[in-house]
Design a protein around this ligand. Structure first.
Ligand code: CA
Length: 235
């Protein structure tokens, strides 16, 4: 497993490299966006960790170039700015995740593990659950082949649930997973996002069950009886 770190802060880059090497990854560090986008084109990386604030072309431009060339490896954006605009822009340009500096190394390591796993388990950056398809690279969702409008936070909640189909997910752990939105989210807010998701998904047979006093569970998708021969997804 090979990771490319693009970060001009030498001590941060060295710290990241040390942590990730200790986890068994091969790590390359580059300080410039120009070099990084060339290297990513010529060599194969399983994950790119990309700082936004780089000398020369910035991280957004590197991200845009890589995706424009069809490179689909997971990309995590590091931003010092916690403006919502930056985070949204990164995701719009095809980042899979982002961390706002300063961040805790163990959290970064955990997210890297998740991204690398996701990169290996899908041929493309798509999450499929019955009629529901999330294109995590283009940040577009479809339901039964029709475009599905999801607010950013609805998307985030849905991703958490999709990562744990048939498992009970506590509201607290959804809040934790969304913690890098940089705002305190209340349990009530999570309930609101889940109820909006339900309104959009349930008519298509995608069910989010309430586990009273604890949280939620995205049920395994079961195709309607008339389509029984197609089996059920999610297993
Ligand atoms: Ca920087």
């Amino acid at each position: 497993m090979r990771i490319l770190i693009v970060e001009d802060d030498v001590s941060l880059a060295a710290g990241l490299a040390r942590i990730l090497e200790a986890e068994g990854y091969a790590v390359d560090v580059m300080k410039s966006g120009e070099h990084a986008s060339m290297a990513a084109r010529q060599e194969s990386f399983d994950l790119v960790i990309l700082d936004v604030g780089l000398p020369g072309i910035d991280g957004f431009e590197v991200l845009r170039r890589l995706r424009a060339e069809g490179l689909a490896m997971p990309i995590m954006v590091l931003t010092a700015r916690d403006a919502l605009d930056d985070r949204v822009r990164g995701l719009d340009l095809g980042a899979d995740d982002y961390m706002v500096k300063p961040f805790a190394m163990p959290e970064l390591a955990a997210r890297v593990r998740a991204l690398v796993r996701r990169g290996q388990s899908h041929s493309g950056p798509r999450i499929v659950h019955g009629p529901l398809v999330l294109d995590t690279s283009a940040r577009r969702a479809t339901l039964g082949g029709q475009p599905l409008e999801l607010a950013a936070r609805e998307w985030a909640v849905l991703e958490v649930l999709l990562a744990r189909v048939e498992k009970i997910v506590s509201k607290e752990s959804i809040i934790q997973a969304m913690a890098n939105w940089g705002e305190e989210l209340s349990l009530n807010a999570i309930e609101v996002y889940v109820s909006r998701l339900r309104a959009k998904l349930e008519p298509s047979g995608v069910h989010i069950r309430t586990v009273r006093g604890f949280g939620y569970m995205l049920e395994e998708y079961k195709a309607p009886a008339t389509e029984k021969e197609t089996g059920h997804g999610g297993a």
